[in-house]
Design a protein around this ligand. Structure first.
Ligand code: NAP
Length: 270
């Protein structure tokens, strides 16, 4: 059981910006997952980190967890499973006595029906699944974690700029628009409890989820050239550091915000 200080489950830097904080990162499959990058930087910044995944990939996550700088308990959590959500506080309490931060790094849309440029053909059951896993789950995960959180808590999710239409992204773009709106409503409702809710809007990164998008290369094309700061699509560090920044006490009055971590691409017209 961890309260707030360094233990066998993580905290490796007592002077980091997350020193003493207990963080759940939901959505880690491989070391290419953005969630993995966040868990790594969070540990480097002093946090005690728990990670989660679901289904068949859970064993993969357990193996990948060994590549983190410190031990991280792996919890089973399918965000569409009400029983998993209901038991989450008990699973977390087996390791830490509360949470200071929750990272939602989860998305799914059937690549065969919802992505890749056949927008008008997207079937509702698949759209409903994509919205449930990728948008609604920010609310259900937050609700499940609320009994563990208090003032100063921070919830951070990952989006891909949903203010414009992209090649290939199709119904996942609609799910992300829902996620972005969901984060604002959560910010409204959790603010009075002192809990912040923000998103990081990342540029394209070559994760498994991204590589499953038919036509992902059309989104990537030209990103590096147009982004004033350039963009490395295999470097998780800028995105992970920004998520960690939002988890920290360095954004105490920021909520309902979407921070672009895209090399500046969003700000440039052509
Ligand atoms: P990733 O490694 O595939 O991570 C997505 C995670 O969501 C996986 O661990 C996946 O598990 C999990 N997941 C899917 N359905 C779930 C469910 N029902 N319950 C619990 N977990 C579930 O890909 P990623 O790119 O790092 O994605 C993380 C987040 O960043 C997503 O929200 C994504 O949209 C966002 N994002 C990605 C990019 C990019 O270019 N990669 C850019 C901007 C934002 P399984 O692997 O077991 O299915």
């Amino acid at each position: 059981m961890v309260s707030t200080s360094s233990t066998d489950t993580g905290a490796i830097n007592p002077n980091g910006i997350l020193a003493g904080k207990r963080i759940l990162v939901a959505g880690v499959t491989l070391d290419t997952s953005i969630g993995f990058g966040v868990a790594k930087v969070a540990q480097e910044q002093g946090a005690t980190v728990l990670i989660s995944n679901f289904g068949r990939a859970l064993n993969l996550t357990k193996r990948i967890a060994n590549r983190l700088p410190a031990q991280a308990p792996v919890l089973e959590l399918d965000v569409t499973d009400e029983e998993h959500l209901a038991r989450l506080p008990d699973l977390v309490r087996e390791h830490v006595d509360g949470l200071d931060g929750v990272v939602h790094s989860i998305a799914y849309g059937n690549p065969e029906t919802l992505l890749g440029g056949q927008f008008l053909e997207g079937p509702w059951p698949d759209v409903a699944q994509a919205v449930q896993v990728s948008a609604y789950s920010l609310a259900s995960l937050s609700k499940a974690c609320l009994p563990l959180m208090g003032p100063g808590g921070s919830i951070v999710g990952l989006t891909f700029d949903a203010t414009v239409a992209w090649p290939a992204y199709d119904w996942m773009g609609i799910a992300k628009a829902g996620l972005e709106s969901c984060s604002r409503y959560l910010a409204r409702d959790l603010g009075p409890q002192g809990i912040r809710v923000n998103l990081v809007s990342a540029g394209p990164l070559r994760t498994i989820a991204a590589k499953a998008i038919p036509g992902f290369e059309d989104i990537e094309a030209g990103w590096t050239a147009r982004a004033p700061l350039g963009w490395d699509n295999v470097d998780l560090e800028p995105t992970a550091r920004s998520v960690v920044g939002l988890l920290s006490d360095f954004f105490p009055a920021t909520t309902g915000e979407i921070v672009h971590v895209d090399g500046g691409y969003h700000a440039i017209g052509a």
